[in-house]
Design a binder for this molecule. Structure first.
Ligand SMILES: [Fe+2]
Length: 196
């Protein structure tokens, strides 16, 4: 008599996925789980609130870049199409850095578009296409909002002793947005044509 193969002893449905699972939220938005990072709960709570605002604004700017990357028109199409996508990629990297800093501090990140739309301070653009100069101007204004907030928030978290968040806001958020704002606004200068 032959021995049964080991696989034949497993339950017939054990590989079936258990879908439609329901559960409770394990950490509410706005709360902190204390992690061994040497920072008090109140310091982490303050930093996470500032970072979630930064995250909402950065996600909005990231998506504004993709909208403009797709919809740009005019004689500078190729240049702006590429520039907008390059800036989009850098903003997407910032989104991940800021979001993961929130988790490092024991917080909960904003993530979904509907929640971001409720919290961001960047004005909602029209769904339709706009001229390139309007796109550039709209992006530059969004950068300035983020720049002003990043500078102010960097001082706040420096005062509370959260050096990691201070470094993120200065080295990453502030510096990236300053650089991108410069690249944009140089396109908005009315240059006198060179005489023939
Ligand atoms: Fe593309």
């Amino acid at each position: 008599m032959s021995k049964s193969h080991p696989e034949s002893r497993s339950a017939p449905d054990s590989a079936a996925p258990n879908l439609n699972q329901q559960g409770v939220v394990t950490q509410a938005y706005g709360t902190i789980v204390k992690l061994p990072n040497g920072l008090s709960e109140s310091v982490c709570t303050k930093s996470v609130a500032l970072l979630n605002q930064t995250l909402a604004d950065t996600m909005t700017l990231r998506d504004l870049y993709k909208k403009h990357h797709w919809q740009v028109v005019g004689p500078t199409f190729d240049q702006l199409h590429l520039l907008f996508d390059k800036h989009y990629e850098a903003q997407a990297e910032l989104v991940d850095l800021v979001a993961e800093r929130i988790q490092v501090l024991g917080g909960v990140t904003l993530a979904m578009a509907a929640d971001v739309a409720e919290i961001t301070r960047i004005p909602r653009p029209p769904r339709g296409r706009e001229p390139a100069v309007v796109q550039l101007s709209r992006l530059a204004e969004a950068h300035e909002m983020i720049i002003i907030a990043a500078r102010k928030n960097a001082e706040i978290v420096a005062d509370t002793g959260d050096s990691g968040t201070n470094d993120l806001l200065v080295s990453n958020v502030l510096r990236t947005n300053e650089l991108q704002a410069w690249f944009l606004t140089e396109h908005l200068v009315a240059v006198t044509p060179v005489a023939a």
